[in-house]
Design a protein around this ligand. Sequence first.
Ligand code: APR
Ligand code: ZN
Ligand code: ZN
Length: 361
Amino acid sequence: MAQEVRGVIAPGRNEPVRVETIVVPDPGPGEAVVRVQACGVCHTDLHYKQGGINDEFPFLLGHEAAGVVESVGDGVTDVAPGDFVILNWRAVCGKCRACLRGRPWYCFDTHNARQRMTLTDGTELSPALGIGAFAEKTLVAAGQCTKVDPAVSPAVAGLLGCGVMAGIGAAINTGGVGRGDSVAVIGCGGVGDAAIAGAYLAGAAKIIAVDIDDRKLDTARTMGATHTVNSGGTDPVEAIRELTGGFGADVVIEAVGRPETYKQAFYARDLAGTVVLVGVPTPEMKLELPLLDVFGRGGALKSSWYGDCLPSRDFPMLVDLHLQGRLPLDKFVSETIQLDEVEKAFERMHHGDVLRSVVVL
Ligand code: APR
Ligand code: ZN
Ligand code: ZN
């Protein structure tokens, strides 16, 4: 039986979001209906609302979510009703070339749920990143659900579904940060702070946080940063070199998504060091670098896609580490809000007042 629940809709380009009644059908083969308990507000939701991703309005927003599986369709064996799960926006196929080569985060045959949720008048909704979880219930592919220890708070768990996983994964999966490494993180919003927490977890000896906002640097210290640099007044490349005996950091993570900060990251790494781009640039952005510097400095220039995560491996592990007191994921939850407060949360995010606002249901 299809069900009517409340969800947050972006009706058209730059129009305010609003709560509407939506229709969630029964799960088809390979699908699950999840009772959402928490969903974080991410920049990507704002990009959808602004029409920056595509024009398939109306969107059902929300994609950093955790909840309880309510029902499953035919053929679903990995999750069952009652399971507490974190949702991911890439249900990988397990069969394509990327999956078979052990890089499922590049899977090019992801199968999220078909888009069958509607408004009460039958208008089809486009769920953000194939999830749509600013809603009491949502329909997803079973492969988008990863079971984790239900002892974790849903608000904390949901954040692993996107931004926090992107940051932690940039450090531990893409950057390969190891014990004793020096790490610099440029941009200390939710993603950068998560990269700092990831570097701390991996045993980095020195973690240098760089931002233009002193408030962000204070928070970065609570995540494990050992040094901070306000790059508004200081050249961050020089500061990072000074803090690393004149060499540069072993791993530099760029979590802003701009050419100038990527350039800083490039020059702030040690010879043969690794630069990881996790900030998302816009299509117009270009970077010019002397090719001789690329050649001469060696090392690796990488981008991190969804933290190069494998949800079935990383979500339960990170939840367990959090429950053991080794990963302070609760610090990413700046405030909990209701469904009808998402528009206000976009404002606070835009002004840099929060790491994450989380809708709890
Ligand atoms: N130098 C250093 N820090 C900067 C600069 C700069 N030139 N410009 C902005 N920042 C800082 C901001 O002060 C803020 O603390 O970068 C941080 C960006 O954080 P958020 O806006 O909270 O964004 P976040 O959610 O962390 O995402 C960062 O990663 O996944 C991507 O799409 C996401 O591109 C975005 C990036
Ligand atoms: Zn695949
Ligand atoms: Zn997101």
